[in-house]
Ligand binder design. Structure first.
Ligand SMILES: [Zn+2]
Length: 304
């Protein structure tokens, strides 16, 4: 292995260690989102230096959009990764500030990647892409990853690249190749929410198997962890705009809004119960509970 390769491996391993902060199935996208925001800034400006005055709003927006619903205030939610990422050896602040304290940050504090890391990332744009890809792929499902990259100012197409060697040295869970097909067949090749059943030639088009509990968050490739959904409803489920209740009925978030009749048709799904054909299990209670807790945004519409 060349010196350069060894250096690249080390950089990616530092970011990979951020993936371990997941407990009891609770999502903690705070540090990964700050890291992605700084990577986006580095790609755009040549420096990851991020003043708190800017991070406070942008990071809070990212957490609101892509994190679980939280009762913590916006500034406090952003201060948590901004101060704590230092402990992971990848992030520095230009002043010594107590962990989690918002007040001192407002005194003109700037955060930045650790110097040698920043140097390595600046010298190797492919490394920056690989780092961003690794973070997105281990924290978000495929339907959400591109949205996260766009939000932090990175190219969503970098997800199409091949992860550089050394991206993750730990055992990765393997996705079942048979699972998507089995789910789509079990739901009679149609969207469990709207009944869309597009096909082109012999194959379905625009119909996908959706993990209720995300694969990246320990969700199993089991038939009771996913209905088949059309691409649109899959996206809305993963973004927490649609969910399920304990009776396997669709819930539409109050946060959803749309102007046109086509957009507003989403409201019609509210309260509609899933009815798979005989032998196909409904999404399991524990997976639905995970989604409600960790992904679904705010509360559902008032009873229809
Ligand atoms: Zn649909």
């Amino acid at each position: 292995m060349s010196v350069e390769e060894a250096g690249a491996r080390e950089v990616l391993e530092q970011f990979a260690s951020l993936r371990q902060h997941q407990r009891d199935g609770r999502r903690s996208p705070h540090k990964p989102l700050l890291t992605l925001l700084a990577l986006g800034r580095l790609a755009e400006t040549g420096s990851s230096a991020l003043p708190w005055s800017e991070a406070e709003g942008r990071l809070a927006d990212l957490l609101e959009e892509f994190g679980p619903t939280s009762r913590t205030g916006r500034a406090q939610s952003a201060a948590y990764p901004f101060t704590r990422l230092r402990a992971d050896g990848v992030w520095t602040l230009d002043r010594d500030v107590p962990m989690d304290a918002v007040g001192p940050l407002r005194d003109g504090v700037t955060g930045q990647f650790e110097a040698s890391l920043e140097k390595a990332l600046r010298a190797r744009p492919d490394l920056l892409d690989a780092a961003a890809r690794g973070l997105v792929e281990s924290h978000f499902p495929a339907a959400v990853g591109p949205d996260v990259l766009v939000a932090v100012g990175l190219d969503p197409e970098l997800l199409d690249g091949v992860t550089a060697g050394g991206g993750d040295t730990r055992e990765q869970r393997r996705r079942s190749r048979a699972w998507p097909t089995a789910v789509i067949e079990a739901w009679d090749r149609q969207c469990a929410f709207c009944g869309f059943d597009g096909a082109a030639g012999g194959g379905v088009v625009g119909i996908e198997a959706a993990h209720v509990r995300w694969f990246t968050q320990g969700g199993p490739d089991d038939l009771d962890n996913g209905p088949a959904l059309c691409s649109l409803h899959h996206k809305l489920l993963d973004r927490g705009v649609l969910g399920l209740d304990a009776d396997s009925a669709v819930v539409v978030s109050q946060r959803f809004s749309a102007r046109t009749p086509a957009g507003r048709r989403i409201y019609d799904l509210h309260g509609q119960r899933l009815s798979p054909r005989r032998g196909t299990p409904l999404p399991a209670e524990q997976h639905v509970a995970w989604h409600t807790e960790q992904v679904f945004k705010g509360s559902g519409l008032a009873a229809a």
